[in-house]
Write a protein that binds this ligand. Structure first.
Ligand code: HEM
Length: 149
């Protein structure tokens, strides 16, 4: 069977996704910490209004927490049920901080940018779209958890 252009595109998208996730999984915890640290500085530079959330938070410790959460999510990427548990747990820890869909959207927009720039095997713009597709359902669930309590 000759693959249709659509099928070829789907296969390409699947293999690009695997490359992006595999590259990210291959990062050491120290490299992921460094990326998360860059991420928080970039987040607050682009969205100064978010600074109020982090007023009394040590950003270097925060970067380590985010880094561990991302590493944990990679571990569970093939296990949606366990992934759901981690996401609900992190979402629950954000309760009471008045973080809504708008803040989550700004957060993943910058996170996808920073993560995609840290990878070289896939063009940054393509990697960015893949990261957005990975992160969107995660923050949707986190936002639901926060709004339901
Ligand atoms: C993909 C989305 C996000 C992930 C994976 C994430 C991850 C985490 C993790 C793992 C922690 C530590 C939890 C704990 O100590 O119990 C945390 C804490 C926190 N997060 Fe997030 N977060 C996300 C989105 C956001 C957003 C959108 C904001 C606000 C704009 C935010 C603000 C905070 C604050 C203020 C803390 C508390 C820091 C502290 O008190 O030490 N997070 N986050």
């Amino acid at each position: 069977m000759t693959p249709t252009p659509q099928l070829r595109e789907d296969i390409h998208a699947q293999s690009a996704r695997h490359t992006v996730i595999a590259d990210a999984c291959a990062l050491t915890p120290a490299q992921m910490n460094e990326i998360c640290s860059i991420f928080y500085h970039e987040l607050l530079r682009r969205h100064p209004a978010l600074q109020s959330y982090f007023a009394d938070v040590a950003l270097c410790r925060q970067a380590t927490k985010l880094s561990s959460a991302i590493q944990l999510m990679f571990d569970y990427i093939r296990d949606p049920q366990r992934l759901g548990c981690v996401v609900v747990r992190v979402g629950t820890s954000h309760l009471g901080r008045r973080i809504g869909s708008a803040e989550y959207a700004e957060f993943i927009d910058v996170l996808a940018d920073v993560l995609s720039r840290s990878q070289s095997r896939i063009p940054a713009e393509e990697a960015r779209l893949i990261w957005m597709k990975e992160l969107e359902p995660i923050v949707e669930l986190m936002a639901i958890v926060s709004s339901e309590q």
